[in-house]
Design a protein around this ligand. Sequence first.
Ligand SMILES: [Fe+2]
Length: 361
Amino acid sequence: MGYEGFSGNETILLHVHSPCRLDAVGDFTPIERTEWVPDAHVHRLADTVPIEQGGNPVGGRRLLMYNGDIEVSVCKPTEAMQGFYRNGEGDEVIYVHRGSGVLRTVFGRVPFKPKDYVVIPRGTTHTFELEGHEHHWMCFHTPGEIETPNRYRNRYGQLLEHAPFSQRDFHPPQEIETFDESGEFEVTVRVRDGFQSYLLDRHPFDVVGWDGYVWPYTFNADDFEPRAGRFHLPPPAHQTFQGPNFVICTFAPRMLDWDPEAVPLPYHHSNIQSEEVMFYAEGDYAARRGVDIGSITLHPSGLPHGPQPGAVEKALGAKSTDELAIMWDTFRPLRLTEEWRDNDKPEYALSWNPDRAPATA
Ligand SMILES: [Fe+2]
């Protein structure tokens, strides 16, 4: 399997039987998105904690926002998938806020734990083994490729020594699982903006070996080596992944700006060409009042944003931060869904005005 025809990264998989073999063709179900068009263009806050648990690791995804480059869903699965899943039209990243388990793939077993980014290239047939009862994931789908930033790599593709992660931080599949078995195996493939179901009479995990550059892996946010400066460094210092017209960043616990005159917070800025979305994963986030763990802020294009009243005074003199946040910036506008609407907190738009903002800690 390979990208860009026969010119991109590829992997050779050695199957016992032809992977084309089908027993029956099932139904095609188009994806339905319920867009919410808000009345006003403002900064927004939503809490994902009250969203109910339920569903399986793919069917249980609740879409929050999307555009032509990215879809972002929250998933709190409680049940196993029926059969197997393969995304035939996009790469996926799952940020595991809560939960652990094993991503079982045609490449082998990929264990995952809290704070892992689970990166699943398109074409990877897989299923999930869930451990424990509490799962809370942020799921990203892109029709493009999930990559690490070019600027972290040398001309041969190896990660530079001063990149914020190293090849040892990327965990490939562990032992391969080979089932040379007959039976009834359902495989659901995401294609053409829908889900096509197939029935196989051979187990899809019949690979005895593989080698190449395409494989699922995990990278843990705790392994991101954060950067700090004498004065504030903007978000590219935290970049973890790149995709078409978007980036994913990890704001990891770190030392703060060390100049005696430094204001150790983001300066006010105008996202004139990006939508800045932040998921608050852990710690005490100094620049935001009333924003709890599991919340998401959306600072859309066209509006300035910055620390809220009181945040600067509170932050002066701070030496370090224990915050962990996952950010995705998209260069094209995002559409919101009814799932966001149901969790939207409209008072956030006024939270920079001390005369209008509700008293929050
Ligand atoms: Fe920002």
